[in-house]
Design a protein around this ligand. Structure first.
Ligand SMILES: Cc1ncc(COP(=O)(O)O)c(C=O)c1O
Ligand SMILES: N[C@@H](CCOP(=O)(O)O)C(=O)O
Length: 466
């Protein structure tokens, strides 16, 4: 399998190359040169497989010959062995045709573990084979950071520096990152928003000498491997509900558009997905786009679902590339205009195609609390604020006659204050995290300034190279 950049000016790479490169050199995102396609018979053959085996088979076409299949199977088995539920991604029925797919049974209690546990192992495997080291730089609005740190801490061939927006994550999320004191891990609290952190990461990749000097790699969903590893759980949920002999729909609480893009990829591979509902909080740029082709950036507003406090959704570029019939020049021009004017120019026919499949729904904090409360009172189910937005979106935009699965992306214990406001109870952390509030924290504070961040990244990498 070969990968091309959405902007057409970067080297074509194989899976291992894309894993290590992260962002393409032209600022674009890597996408498969051609999409794998599975027949109904192929999908049916995946029914009933244990999750790690299903994941290996779904991811294999994207890996191609980069990694032997037996190795991929082993890495998948190891990745999901420590998950806290025997089904790995259990489905919970909430209503007649409404299900939650719980993606938060991994070590850091958010869906990011689904991909990140595999990514850490893939990095190890590929870097060992190539006898190389990399410096990973990442941006987080709360969950990517802890999942990436958990997956990479103490790995010999990786240093990892994670930027988070100062004061804009939940305390549990921050502590899950800043209490990991491994020598190859650094956390930076940036005076800014998640969008600022993500811009800083992209700016480091755009600084060619810095990128080459530090051998930069990425763990955000700009890295294709992240998206690939998020496809299998859509397959698992759809098969459990009768696919490929029946349509399914998904509702996905969305920020950087990586999770819902993985659902789109599963559909592109032939999984019968009738509708994709995109849930947002008050940072509703995607909802506005889907409703009226208005993708205009406004300031990032803090909310009770901090991981979705995002305006510039990186992975939208991958969808845009497809909507523009895979025209890299048109994609690059649209992205340049978006950056310059804060307004994405999407041709009307392309927008109409998007709006046929994707449906947007935005919920403010009051609505989020009301949904958590309503669901808890009606069913006893505790949904965290992000998952609650996905569930509310699924209820608001059902697909008649088709079961809809809301992706439950985080454990409610990560957001105890919001849960208490909504339901009066504070869900406890699992026992392995019970002393989280007593652990020592270590992190840097930095302004939203590229030179300052690059200096911190260089210092982390040099300290460990010494
Ligand atoms: C709990 C949670 N829900 C939803 C999202 C949004 O997912 P995505 O950025 O892939 O759209 C995130 C962050 O990515 C998250 O951490
Ligand atoms: N919501 C994310 C933001 C980064 O998203 P990613 O999928 O691109 O890593 C977070 O929790 O950090």
């Amino acid at each position: 399998m070969r990968y091309v950049s959405t902007r057409g000016q970067a080297p074509v790479r194989d899976f291992s190359g894309v894993l290590l490169a992260g962002l393409a050199e032209d600022g674009g995102l890597y996408v498969p040169e051609t999409w794998p396609s599975l027949s109904h018979t192929d999908w049916r053959a995946l029914r009933g497989l244990p999750y790690p085996e299903l994941a290996a088979r779904v991811i294999q076409p994207f890996v191609g010959t980069s990694i032997p299949f037996a190795t991929l199977q082993r890495l998948c088995r190891e990745s999901y062995a420590g998950f806290g539920h025997p089904a790995t991604v259990p489905l919970v029925q909430l209503d007649h045709d409404l299900f939650a797919c719980e993606l938060f049974h991994g070590p850091t209690l958010a869906f990011k573990d689904m991909a990140m546990q595999l990514l850490g192992r893939l990095f190890d495997h590929v870097l060992t084979a190539q006898d190389r080291r990399v410096t990973i730089v990442g941006a987080t609005s709360g969950d990517t950071g802890s999942a990436a740190i958990e997956a990479c801490a103490n790995r010999d061939r990786v240093d990892i520096v994670i930027l988070h927006p100062q004061g804009r994550t939940s305390e549990v999320q921050r502590r899950q990152m800043t209490t990991v004191l491994a020598p190859n891990v650094a956390n930076v609290a940036v005076d800014g928003t998640f969008d600022d952190c993500q811009d800083l990461v992209k700016a480091m990749f755009a600084d060619a000498p810095f990128r080459a000097e530090l051998h930069l790699s990425a763990v955000n969903s700009i890295n294709w491997a992240r998206v690939a590893a998020q496809i299998p759980y859509y397959v698992a949920a759809a098969l459990a509900l009768g696919a490929p002999d029946r349509d399914v729909a998904f509702s996905v609480p969305t920020g950087n558009f990586g999770n819902v893009l993985a659902a789109w990829a599963a559909r592109r591979m032939g999984l019968p997905i009738a509708r994709l509902v995109v849930g947002s909080n008050r940072n509703d740029i995607l909802t506005r786009f889907l409703a009226s082709n208005d993708m205009s950036v406004r300031g990032v507003e803090p909310s009770l679902s901090p991981s979705m406090d995002i305006q510039v959704s990186s992975n939208f570029e991958r969808l845009l590339f497809e909507l523009l019939d895979r025209d890299p020049a048109a994609t690059a021009a649209a992205m340049a205009e978006f950056r310059a004017r804060g307004q994405m120019p999407v041709p009307v026919p392309a927008w109409q195609r998007a709006a046929k499949l994707f449906h947007g729904f935005a919920l403010d904090d009051e609505g989020t609390l009301a949904e958590i409360r309503r669901l808890h009172a009606a069913t006893g189910y505790l949904a965290d604020p992000h998952s609650a937005i996905g569930i509310a979106a699924a209820r608001a935009l059902p697909c008649p006659g088709v079961p809809i699965v809301a992706m439950a992306t985080a454990h409610p214990a990560k957001f105890p204050d919001a849960m208490e406001r909504a339901t009066g109870c504070r869900p406890p952390l699992p026992s392995r995290l019970a002393d989280l509030y007593e652990r020592v924290e270590r992190y840097h504070r930095a302004p939203n300034d590229l030179a300052a961040i690059e200096a911190l990244v260089r210092a982390t990498a040099l300290r460990n190279a010494a």
